[in-house]
Design a protein around this ligand. Structure first.
Ligand code: OGA
Ligand code: NI
Length: 393
């Protein structure tokens, strides 16, 4: 018997597929995930962003910061030139002989081992969506794809006189008495980073021809961020990233990495690894300093990869201006041949933009600039119409 043929069935659209079940935010419990051969899909990065695990090493001579501090004019001008070349090209250099006590650095790492070694439920100050400070395991609540394979603890450091114990107070009051000692260590560490970053600002000022004082003064009373990055091992390190490719939206980053490699920077159109040296600090320019230098110094594009064997740790100090300070380049860096590249903005506005509207990546500053210009245009139009209405009345 021939099969009956109902042409109407063919033209009927198929019933819509059932909606996918809402994706539960994945819980990043390192003690479990580090042994798992199948990564949750949220951690698998698209092919074009997957890491290269053995890239060429970036060979750049370190800056001997001690000889800059010595004030010897010949050494200062040589180092200023070296820094200028590095920052103009890729926004990244390494400093040695920096004067920070190695015992303090070792203690800061030791506290990280103790903190991140705790069970997930015992880690205090867990960040909720919209919060900037506290413990975050892989931003699992905020994003649903391209999650970084890491845990972080972030807190505020502020160099003004009224906040002289801000880090210590955070550990004691928010994290609890058990963490009081950690607070002392990180308060001291942040103070050392504040001193070092202001010294580096002198070097950047000299290398941009605006003198020792200009940027040092700009960052007096800075409102900075300290972040502890903890990258657990991962059984499929070729599928994921510890930190995706990004430029730091902040001004200057001073990073201390332990002995495990993982940091990569993008130079000459290729990813390069930065071999860790526990005696050195890695320094990079961020978006806000790129704007301050009128685009002469580049915000460094970087990322971090993970490995299947060892935990990797880094301590990142992000120097930021006071919240309401206007970010604009000194007049000497602007002329008719070098017009302003970025509009005036405040760190408060850029910081809010990266928390509420845009996940920091390699385009943050350009997207922020366009957003700001559109907002300013909208405000100008509003002002214009309200003036017009008043005139008509
Ligand atoms: C960061 C960062 C790199 C690293 O925290 O912004 O880029 O090696 N970290 O941990
Ligand atoms: Ni970074």
């Amino acid at each position: 018997m021939p099969i009956e043929y109902f042409p109407t069935n063919l033209t009927m659209p198929p019933p819509p597929p059932p909606p996918p079940p809402p994706q539960e935010p994945v819980v990043f419990d390192a003690s479990v995930l580090q042994h798992q051969a199948n990564l949750p899909s949220q951690f698998i990065w698209p092919d074009h962003e997957k890491p290269c695990l053995e890239p060429p090493e970036l060979a750049i001579p370190p800056i001997d910061f001690g000889s800059f501090l010595s004030g010897d004019p010949l050494a200062v001008s040589r180092l200023a030139q070296q820094v200028h070349e590095a920052c103009e090209k890729h926004g990244f250099f390494v400093i040695v002989n920096h004067g920070v006590d190695p015992k303090l650095i070792a203690e800061a790492h030791e506290c990280m081992n103790k903190f991140f070694g705790k069970q997930l439920a015992e880690k205090p100050a867990q960040r909720k969506i919209g919060e900037q400070y506290g413990y975050a395991s892989s931003f699992t609540g905020r994003f649903s794809s391209k999650l970084p394979w890491k845990e972080t603890l972030s807190f505020r450091y502020c160099a003004d006189n009224q906040s002289s114990n801000i880090v210590q107070e955070y550990f004691l009051n928010v994290m609890g008495e058990e963490f009081e000692e950690f607070g002392k260590v990180y308060q001291e560490y942040c103070e050392a980073m504040n001193t070092l970053s202001l010294g580096i600002m002198e070097l950047l000022g000299v290398s941009l021809g605006v003198g020792h004082e200009y940027f040092r003064d700009f960052f007096q009373g800075n409102d900075s961020i300290m972040r502890l990055n903890y990258y657990p091992p991962c059984q499929k390190p070729d599928l994921t990233l510890g930190t995706g490719p990004h430029c730091d939206p902040t001004s200057l980053t001073i990073l201390h990495q332990d002995h495990v490699s993982g940091l990569q920077v993008f130079v000459d159109e290729k990813w390069h690894s930065v071999t860790p040296d526990p005696e050195a600090f890695v320094v990079n320019i961020g978006d806000t300093f790129m704007a301050l230098s009128n685009g002469i110094f580049k915000s460094c594009l970087h990322r971090a990869v993970v490995n299947s064997v060892t935990v990797r740790k880094s301590l990142a100090f992000f120097l930021c201006p006071k919240m309401d300070k206007v970010v604009k380049p000194p007049n000497t860096l602007v002329d008719y041949k070098n017009p302003r590249v970025y509009p005036d903005f405040t760190w408060s506005a850029l910081s809010e933009f990266t928390q509420k509207h845009y996940r920091a990546d390699m385009k943050t500053l350009d997207v922020f600039t366009t957003w700001l210009q559109q907002r300013n245009n909208r405000e100008d139009t509003k002002k214009y119409f309200s003036l017009l209405i008043r005139l008509i009345k």
